[in-house]
Design a protein around this ligand. Structure first.
Ligand code: ZN
Length: 460
C-alpha cells in the first residue's frame, strides 16, 4: 500500500517547512517527504493536497470520554462544586453509556484532526459492565490510536476524600483490575494502536497508598503514569491542609515525578515546581478550555517550556469543555499564554508542536509520532487553509492556529483514512453523533432512576 500526497504545504514540526511538496506513505509509515513534484511511484494512490496544509496528527493527552454524556451541567461551578454535583450522575453510568459517549467523543476528536487520544477513566461503579472494554471497542471502531488510562479512586467522603463512597473502589480491587487491564490490552509495539496507562484520579480522591502502589505496578509492567495535579487553588489548599505539602511536593514524596509520568493541568505551580518537572522529565497536559470553563486559572506554559519541561495539550472531559475540538486547543493555548505573558509567549508553530510532538512525548511515543519524518507512523492531517475565506490569511500555520481551525479534509492514522472529504469514513458520522445523544439520554434516565435530579443547566 503506497500513497502519495502532492502539491501540499508541509509543516512537519521537526525540520523545515516546505511550501509546495509531497509526502509518500508506505504501509503505515512515512517513507519520504520533500519539495517540488512527487517522484514516480508506480501503483501509488495519488492525493492532490493543493490548497492544504499537512501537519502531524494531533495528540490529545487528557480526556474523560464518558463525560460526553453529561455536558452542559453545573455550568457556573468551581471544580470541587462541579465534581460534587456530577459524581452522583456519573455513578449511574454503565457500559452502554460509555460506549456511546466514547464513540461520539472520539469521532469528534477525529473530525478536528486528532489521530491519537488518551482517556482517563476513573469511575467504575459496581455491576455496570466492563467500562474500559466499552471505550476500547469505541476507539477500535473510530480508528484512532488510543491510550486509555485505567483510572481509580479509593478515597471516598468517609475517608476524607471528595467523592461519595458510592463511586470509589477498594485498593486491592483497583490494583487487580488495573494489572488485568494492562495484561489484556497494552501493546508496546512501534505501530501500537492501544497502550494502557495507570491513573489514580487526584490527590483528593486517591489515597497515598493507592498512588504509591499504582506507581510500583506501572513501573513493574513498563507502562506510564497519569493523574490530575495542581488544577485549582482549592486543591492546593486541600493538599497543604491534609498532607502539609503542596501538590507537586506531595507527588514527589510519593515517587510520582519522572519521565514515565504526565500530569493533567499543572496550573498552579511555583518556580520550584516547574524546576522539578523539568529536571525529572515529568510531562504535563495543558487543557486551556477546561481551565477557562471552570475558572481554574492559566497554566505557566511559556515558563515551563522556557525551562525545558514538556507540555502537551488536552481537551479534558467534555463535561468541563463542552464540544471542545482538539484543533481549538492550539488557539486557546496561544491566546491564554499571550493574555498572561504578552505576544511573544507562544507562537503558532510552538502551539502546533505542543499539540503534536509535546503530546507524543507525554505518551512516550516521540519515536513513532508527533512529526512528519521518514520512518515515523503515517498519522497526518490535511487542513484546507487555502479555501474560500481561509486563503485570506497570509501564513497557513497562522490560519490553522490563530483562526478557528478549518475542518480537516483528510485525517490518516497509520496511513488509513479515518476522515476524508471532511467526513468520518471508519464509521457513520451520523451514527457516531447519535450514539453520544443516546448516551446522554440514557445516563440522564439512569441517574433519575437513582433519585438524582439532572435538570438543564444544573445537577443537584
Ligand atoms: Zn481531567
Amino acid at each position: 500500500m503506497s500513497t502519495l500526497i502532492e502539491n501540499v504545504y508541509l509543516a512537519p514540526v521537526v525540520g523545515p517547512e516546505i511550501e509546495s511538496g509531497y509526502i509518500r506513505i508506505e504501509g503505515d509509515r512515512i517513507a519520504e517527504l520533500g519539495a517540488g513534484p512527487a517522484p514516480d511511484a508506480p501503483g501509488a494512490t495519488r492525493t492532490d493536497g493543493g490548497g492544504c496544509l499537512a501537519t502531524p496528527g494531533l495528540v490529545n493527552t487528557h480526556h474523560h470520554l464518558y463525560q460526553w454524556a453529561s455536558q452542559g451541567l453545573a455550568q457556573d461551578a468551581t471544580l470541587f462544586e462541579w465534581l460534587v454535583a456530577l459524581y452522583e450522575v456519573w455513578a449511574a453510568m454503565d457500559a452502554e453509556v460509555v460506549k456511546g459517549a466514547a464513540t461520539a467523543g472520539l469521532g469528534w476528536l477525529a473530525l478536528s484532526g486528532c489521530t491519537t487520544s488518551s482517556d482517563h477513566h476513573y469511575l467504575f461503579p459496581k455491576g455496570r459492565g466492563d467500562l474500559l472494554a466499552a471505550e476500547i471497542e469505541a476507539a477500535r471502531e473510530v480508528g484512532l490510536r488510543f491510550h486509555p488510562a485505567r483510572g481509580s479512586m479509593d478515597l471516598g467522603k468517609s475517608k476524607g476524600g471528595l467523592p461519595p463512597d458510592v463511586v470509589v473502589e477498594e485498593l486491592d480491587d483497583i490494583l487487580a483490575a488495573t494489572a488485568e487491564a494492562v495484561d489484556a490490552y497494552h501493546d508496546p509495539s512501534f505501530s501500537s494502536m492501544l497502550r494502557v496507562a495507570v491513573a489514580p484520579c487526584s490527590p483528593f480522591s486517591a489515597s497515598a497508598e493507592l498512588m504509591t502502589e499504582s506507581a510500583a505496578l506501572a513501573r513493574a509492567k513498563g507502562v506510564r503514569l497519569h493523574t490530575h495535579i495542581a488544577e485549582t487553588l482549592d486543591e492546593d489548599e486541600h493538599c497543604r491542609e491534609r498532607f502539609g505539602l503542596r501538590p507537586v511536593d506531595y507527588m514527589e514524596k510519593l515517587g510520582w515525578l519522572g519521565p514515565d509520568v504526565w500530569f493533567a493541568h499543572a496550573v498552579h505551580l511555583s518556580d520550584a515546581d516547574i524546576g522539578k518537572l523539568a529536571a525529572t522529565g515529568t510531562g504535563s497536559a495543558h487543557c486551556p478550555s477546561s481551565n477557562g470553563r471552570l475558572g481554574a486559572g492559566i497554566a505557566r506554559v511559556s515558563e515551563m517550556l522556557r525551562r525545558g519541561a514538556n507540555v502537551g495539550l488536552g481537551v479534558d472531559g467534555a463535561a468541563s469543555s463542552e464540544l471542545t475540538p482538539m484543533a481549538g486547543e492550539l488557539r486557546q493555548a496561544l491566546l491564554f499564554q499571550r493574555a498572561r505573558y504578552g505576544p511573544d509567549a507562544l507562537s503558532a508553530r510552538r502551539a502546533l508542536e505542543l499539540a503534536t510532538l509535546g503530546g507524543a512525548r507525554n505518551l512516550g511515543r516521540e519515536a513513532e509520532l508527533g512529526s512528519l519524518e521518514p520512518g515515523k507512523l503515517a498519522d497526518l492531517v490535511l487542513w484546507p487553509v487555502r479555501g474560500p475565506f481561509t486563503a485570506a490569511v497570509a501564513d497557513p500555520v497562522c490560519a490553522l492556529v490563530f483562526g478557528p481551525a478549518p475542518p480537516p479534509t483528510l485525517v490518516l492514522v497509520g496511513g488509513r483514512a479515518v476522515v476524508s472529504d471532511g467526513e468520518l469514513r471508519t464509521i457513520s458520522q451520523d451514527e457516531a453523533g447519535n450514539a453520544g445523544v443516546a448516551a446522554h439520554r440514557r445516563l440522564t434516565r439512569l441517574a433519575r432512576e437513582r433519585g438524582v435530579a439532572v435538570d438543564g443547566g444544573s445537577a443537584h
